[in-house]
Design a protein around this ligand. Structure first.
Ligand code: HEM
Length: 423
C-alpha cells in the first residue's frame, strides 16, 4: 500500500508513546488539562484527537489502580496493566457483568440489557445462553461461512473499485461486517441495506441499538415469523431455545440480536484499523504480500494494535485487593484494553507494529468466560479482506483526512477515505 500525507488529526498519532520526560511529574495529577490527569480518559475528545496512549503509559507506571470520583459518570476504578486486567476478566465470580460492561452516565442507570443479553449475564445463566449461540460462531461454522464472507467481500470491493475513491469505513468494512452477522441471524438479504442504515444512525448518535425504534420493530416482526416457521438460523435458535428449561422472552431475543449486531462494531473497526495500520506501515504490507504464511500473525498484530474495544467494565461482587488497593463490593472497575496491549512488561517494543511479533499475548478480544464469541469470525473477516486486497487491488492510497471516533467505548476511524487501483 502507498500512503499520502496524513491529516493534522493523524499527525498527533495516538499510537506513539508520549515522551516519558513529559510524563513523570506526579503533581501533574492535579492539573486537569495535562496529559497525566486520569480524568481525561472519560473525555471522548482525548480518544478522537489526543493521546490516550501517553496517559495510559503514565498510569501503568504511576497509577495502575486508580480511583475516579463520581462525576456525571459514577465513581470507578481504572486498571491499565495487562496482568491486572487479565486477572479481573478471569474471575467472573468476583467481577460481575450483569450491571453493564460499559461506563454510562449515572442518570441513565444500569444497562437495560443487564441480566438479559449474553454479554450482560453472569454464571450460570451466561453459560447456558452462550451454548445456545456457540454453534453459530465456532470454527466449523465459520469455515462454512468463508464462502459467503468472500462473496460479500468481493461485492463491496468490486463496488469500491468502480468508485475509485471510497471510504473504508462505510463502503467496505461497515457493509461487510453487517452483512455477515445478518446472514448468521437470518436477516433476508433485501433488508440488509435498511438495517445497515439504522445501525449506522445508532452508532453515529452513540446510542444503543435499543434506542432505535426501527431496529426493535424489525426484530420483533422477524421473531414472530421465526416462531411460526423456524429456519436454520441463529434467530430461530434463540426463539426456540431454552435457558433453565424456559423459552427466552421476546425482549431477551430482541436484545440479544441487537447485542450481536452492536458487537460487530468492533469487527468493523478491526478491519478499518487493519487497513489503516498497513497504510501507515507499507513495509509490513509488502512483507505480507511476499509471504501469505504471515497472515495469522498479521491478524493478531492488527487486533493488538487497533484494540478497538477501548474498555470493559465489571462490578465487584465482594471486597477485592489489587496492588494493595482495596476495592469494595459494588465498586465499578474499568479495564482499558489498548493500555493492556501496549504494556511494556508483556510486549517487547510495544509501540512497533510488527506482523511477525511472537509471542503476542494481546487481550483485545477479552479473556475468561466472556471471551469474545465472535473472535473466529472476526479473524476470518480480516483474513478474507486482506487477501482479497492483496489479490485484487494494486494500490491503496489515503485520499483524505482520517477522522477518529469521539467515544470512550470503541476507538478507530469514523472516516478513512482511500483511492483504490485495480490489480
Ligand atoms: C464479528 C465480529 C464480532 C462479534 C459478532 C462479536 C460478538 C461478541 C459477543 C456476543 C460478546 C459477548 C460474549 C460473552 O459475554 O460471552 C463479545 C465480547 C467481546 N468482544 Fe466481540 N465480537 C466481534 C468482534 C470483536 C472484535 C474485533 C473485538 C476487538 C478487537 C471484540 C472484542 C470483544 C470484547 C473485549 C468482549 C468482552 C466484552 C465484555 O464482556 O466486557 N469483539 N463479542
Amino acid at each position: 500500500m502507498t500512503t499520502t500525507a496524513l491529516s493534522p488529526a493523524v499527525l498527533t498519532d495516538p499510537t506513539e508513546p508520549t515522551d516519558p520526560a513529559r510524563l513523570t511529574a506526579p503533581d501533574r495529577l492535579t492539573a486537569p488539562d495535562r496529559l497525566t490527569d486520569p480524568a481525561r480518559l472519560t473525555d471522548p475528545e482525548l480518544h478522537a484527537t489526543g493521546d490516550p496512549h501517553g496517559l495510559w503509559a503514565w498510569m501503568r507506571t504511576h497509577a495502575p489502580v486508580h480511583r475516579h470520583p463520581a462525576t456525571d459518570l459514577p465513581a470507578f476504578w481504572s486498571l491499565t496493566r495487562h496482568e491486572d486486567i487479565r486477572e479481573v476478566y478471569r474471575d467472573a465470580a468476583a467481577f460481575s457483568s450483569r450491571h453493564g460492561v460499559l461506563l454510562r452516565k449515572a442518570a441513565l442507570g444500569d444497562d437495560p440489557g443487564g441480566g438479559l443479553t449474553l454479554a450482560l449475564t453472569d454464571a450460570p445463566r451466561h453459560k447456558q445462553l452462550r451454548s445456545l449461540m456457540a454453534d453459530w460462531f465456532n470454527t466449523r461454522a465459520v469455515r462454512g461461512l468463508e464462502g459467503p464472507v468472500r462473496a460479500a467481500t468481493r461485492t463491496v470491493l468490486g463496488r469500491a473499485l468502480e468508485q475509485g475513491t471510497c471510504d473504508v469505513v462505510h463502503d467496505i468494512a461497515g457493509r461487510l461486517s453487517l452483512s455477515v452477522i445478518c446472514h448468521i441471524l437470518g436477516v433476508p438479504e433485501r433488508d440488509h441495506e435498511a438495517l445497515y442504515r439504522w445501525t449506522n444512525e445508532a452508532f453515529e448518535a452513540h446510542t444503543s441499538l435499543v434506542a432505535h425504534p426501527r431496529i426493535v420493530e424489525y426484530f420483533e416482526e422477524l421473531l414472530l415469523q421465526r416462531m411460526e416457521r423456524p429456519t436454520g438460523d441463529l434467530l430461530s435458535a434463540l426463539v426456540n431455545g431454552t435457558v433453565d428449561g424456559e423459552l427466552l422472552t421476546e425482549e431477551e431475543v430482541v436484545l440479544n440480536c441487537e447485542n450481536l449486531i452492536g458487537a460487530t462494531e468492533n469487527g468493523r473497526l478491526a478491519l478499518i484499523g487493519g487497513v489503516q495500520a498497513f497504510l501507515e506501515h507499507p513495509d509490513q504490507w509488502q512483507r505480507l504480500s511476499e509471504d501469505r504464511g504471515l497472515m495469522p500473525g498479521a491478524i493478531e498484530e492488527v487486533l493488538r494494535w487497533t484494540s478497538s474495544a477501548t474498555h470493559s467494565m465489571r462490578v465487584a461482587t465482594r471486597p477485592y485487593e489489587i496492588r494493595g488497593r482495596q476495592l469494595a463490593a459494588g465498586d465499578r472497575v474499568v479495564l482499558w484494553l489498548p493500555s493492556a496491549n501496549r504494556d511494556e512488561e508483556v510486549f517487547a517494543d510495544p509501540y512497533r507494529f510488527d506482523i511477525t511479533r511472537s509471542p503476542n499475548r494481546h487481550i483485545a478480544l477479552a479473556a475468561g468466560e466472556h471471551f469474545c464469541i465472535g473472535s473466529t469470525l472476526a479473524r476470518a473477516e480480516m483474513r478474507v479482506l486482506f487477501s482479497e486486497l492483496l489479490d485484487g487491488v494494486r494500490g491503496i492510497e489515503q485520499a483524505g483526512p482520517v477522522r477518529r471516533l469521539h467515544s470512550i467505548h470503541v476507538n478507530g476511524a469514523e472516516s478513512l477515505p482511500v483511492r483504490l487501483t485495480p490489480a
